[in-house]
Design a protein around this ligand. Structure first.
Ligand code: ADP
Ligand code: ADP
Length: 228
């Protein structure tokens, strides 16, 4: 579950990036976050992932009130979250396998368990046959799928994606969104920032709209529920 109550974010020296944002996503829900560049989409995702802290307001994620979560508990908290960026941040001097394994290596998993989980994650994104490849030899869609495998390899309860299809053509974008839908179908709470309204409006999931840091009232309550 993700809940924001009257959240304000002001960066040092800046204007309010988010103003009085309240929303709730139930466990297992999926929603899109849309709005123009600068509307606050990335900021909202960063607050949920504790990459940034709110200026005011309360944020609860996976049952934990984040406001007072001490720094030393942040790494443990992050295990519950998988993050995907537009430019996937893959390491180009390592194989696909090693890129996906990285979070597990950091978490201290044993070799055999790492191999098992990495292959399961690569299988889910359809790239098991590329485990020995270097990321540069892959297409941009494949690289993004490696980024997704890396984000889900530790089985997070929540997936956050920031413009995951920003660099992809419409067919590949749809493919990537379908992948997210598949993860959501097995229970992963999924929030995706995207300005591709044409695509996301066909996917039948709630769309939260940000405009200049404010969540617009779209008629529906700012709540995204899991499908029964
Ligand atoms: P979006 O993801 O919708 O493009 P952002 O969350 O990146 O929007 O940005 C929202 C606002 O906050 C913008 O005005 C942006 O310039 C500002 N902003 C974002 N990150 C920072 C930062 N680290 N320092 C100062 N201002 C920032
Ligand atoms: P944006 O384009 O929205 O600014 P970036 O891809 O540049 O997003 O990354 C946003 C910020 O989050 C960067 O400052 C980056 O260092 C940080 N970051 C990226 N991944 C992680 C992570 N797993 N944990 C903590 N911080 C991260």
């Amino acid at each position: 579950m993700i809940q924001l109550q009257n959240v304000v974010k002001r960066y040092p020296g800046g204007q309010e990036a988010l103003s009085q944002v309240s929303l709730r996503m139930d466990e297992g829900a999926m929603a899109f976050l849309t709005g123009h560049s600068g509307a606050g989409k990335s900021t909202l995702l960063k607050l949920i992932a504790l990459i940034e802290r709110p200026t005011r307001g309360q944020i609860t994620v996976n049952g934990q009130l984040l406001n007072r979560l001490p720094k030393r508990k942040v790494p443990y908290f992050r295990r519950g979250i998988g993050i995907i960026f537009q430019d996937h941040h893959l390491l180009h001097d390592r194989t696909v396998f090693d890129n996906v394994a990285l979070p597990l290596v950091i978490l201290g998993y044993r070799q055999a368990e790492i191999a098992r989980r990495v292959r399961a994650a690569l299988d889910k994104v359809g790239l098991l046959h590329k485990e020995r490849a270097q990321p540069v030899t892959l297409s941009s869609g494949e690289q993004q799928r490696v980024g997704i495998a890396r984000a889900v390899v530790h089985k997070p309860a929540i997936l956050l994606a920031d413009e995951p299809t920003g660099n992809l053509d419409p067919d590949l974008s749809r493919e990537i969104m379908n992948l997210f839908m598949q993860f959501n179908q097995v229970g992963v709470t999924t929030l995706i920032a995207s300005h591709d309204l044409e695509l996301i409006s066909t996917l039948r999931k709630p769309i939260l709209r940000l405009e200049a840091g404010k969540l617009l009232d779209t008629g529906a309550p700012p709540v995204a529920q899991a499908e029964a």
